[in-house]
Design a protein around this ligand. Structure first.
Ligand code: ASP
Ligand code: MG
Length: 450
């Protein structure tokens, strides 16, 4: 195992000159950090997604203007912008051109090409920020390393190809002692087109690069000092968790804690690479280490909340004593590339919630008309919205005595639409009405954590 760390800085960390400078200082202070993965400056990807969805000329000018002003605000504060300004101008011209194309006809490939510009710009500007701190860095086009399939908007990495690219292109640069600045979120498919890994995918990129480089760890620098027992905006007394396991963090990420992209944990778990989450604005505040087997392993670790849940209830009398109903349902869902989060079944019906983290970079709705139609051929389909999923995360929850009683006592005043308990040792999920989701989180936090 090497001493190499891969650091990733998110959108708010590279939002402006001051934020970027704070990141530069973190990098310079840690000689192990040799590979740096950046997101686009905060707000830029959203604007580019809007443009990629195709907008009229006037709106287009407005949106491009907003992208330009986010980047120019940083350029204007550079002591010397002579090298990078023309590069950014070229990217903006490209954005204008691609947005016009998108206004004529959108396509998934065009969307990915367009939205990749956010990361291209932030990384180019960051080279200059480092230069202001007397540090020379090498800009690398991550598409030369991260190879993916052609599933635009949510491409899957090709691990072997990525490893080979890394050995051929990236490793030699690092061996020469260079500090590498590169993009998160994007990759390249076999015919050379740009792909993206899905919204928030930069964490995933960082973990992938750490894996192919056999790095010591991945440092995720964001706007919060680690992972908390629950969202501090809902519960101000939430506490920072110093260490947690991959399994717990994966549950948290999947069930709504926005700190880590769920896929980040795949390479980390596979290759046992510790992941650190800390704040780039307050690195001294410490953060959370996510590792394979941290001690202790408390029964209750955290509460995650995922809003905007859709519950599908599928019923069919022919399910009675019949085989193959669930198989059919799942094959239809798989065909529509939908993954199911939680599920409960009875003799003639099955209720399930859909995993929204599966949505693509452009944010296409999961529950399409075609999907509903396909399901309705088999059964009656009821769609409930306005729900939120509260996930209690911990250890050995399925066997710990008295867990259900403590939860049900706390939930007494609320009606719970669905509960999923027992499948995972690490979580219990409850589906509740959106209106009182925050209240449920507060009550559970109070009774289990305070
Ligand atoms: N810029 C991309 C996004 O906003 C990727 C990332 O931030 O991780 O989704
Ligand atoms: Mg992000």
């Amino acid at each position: 195992m090497s001493h190499l760390s891969v650091a990733k800085f998110g959108g708010t960390s590279v939002a402006n000159h001051a934020a970027m400078t704070a990141c530069a200082k973190i990098i310079i202070a840690d000689p192990n950090t040799r590979v740096v993965v950046l997101s686009a400056s905060a707000g830029v990807t959203n604007l580019l997604v809007a443009l990629a969805n195709g907008v009229e000329a006037e709106e287009r000018r407005k949106l491009v203007g907003e992208v330009r002003s986010i980047q120019e605000n940083i350029l204007n504060e550079l002591k010397d912008d002579s090298c990078v300004r023309p590069i950014i101008e070229k990217y903006i011209e490209n954005i204008e051109y691609l947005s016009e194309a998108a206004s004529l006809a959108t396509s998934a490939a065009l969307t990915d090409e367009l939205i990749s510009h956010g990361e291209m710009m932030s990384t180019q500007i960051f080279i200059e920020i480092l230069r202001e701190q007397n540090t020379t860095a090498t800009w690398l086009d991550v598409r030369d390393i991260v190879a993916t399939n052609s599933h635009f908007g949510k491409a899957a990495p090709n691990d072997e190809q990525t490893q080979a690219n890394s050995d051929r292109v990236l490793k030699p640069l690092i061996d020469r002692g260079e500090l590498i600045i590169t993009q998160g979120f994007i990759g390249r498919e076999p015919s050379g087109k740009t792909t993206t890994l899905g919204r928030g995918g930069s964490d995933y990129s960082a973990a992938l690069l750490a894996e192919v480089l056999n790095a010591k760890d991945v440092l995720i620098w964001t706007d919060v000092a680690g992972i908390y027992t629950t969202d501090p905006r809902i519960v101000p007394t939430a506490q920072r968790i110093d260490t947690m396991s991959f399994a717990e963090a994966a549950e948290m990420a999947t069930f709504g804690a926005k700190v880590l992209h769920p896929a980040t944990l795949l390479p980390a778990v596979r290759s046992n690479i510790p992941v650190y989450v800390g704040s780039s604005k307050a690195p001294q505040d410490g953060g959370t280490w996510v590792t394979r087997d941290p001690q202790p392993r408390p029964t209750f670790r955290a509460i995650a909340l995922r809003r905007d849940q859709t519950l599908l209830t599928l019923s069919s009398l022919s399910m009675l004593h019949a085989q193959g109903f669930l198989a059919n349902v799942f094959s239809i869902l798989a065909k529509h590339k939908i993954s199911v989060d939680t599920i409960t079944t009875s003799e003639i019906s099955v209720a399930l919630t859909l995993d929204k983290t599966g949505s693509t970079s452009s944010g296409t709705e999961l529950l399409s008309g075609e999907l509903l139609e396909a399901l309705r051929e088999y059964c009656t389909v009821k769609v409930d919205t306005g729900l939120a999923l509260v996930a209690l995360i911990g250890n050995d929850l399925h066997i710990a005595a008295g867990v259900a009683k403590r939860i049900f006592d706390t939930l007494e005043p609320y009606s719970v639409r669905m509960i999923s308990y027992g499948a995972s040792t690490n979580n219990i999920c409850m589906l509740v009405q959106s209106e009182y989701a925050d209240e449920v989180v507060r009550s559970l936090h109070k009774s289990l954590f305070e």
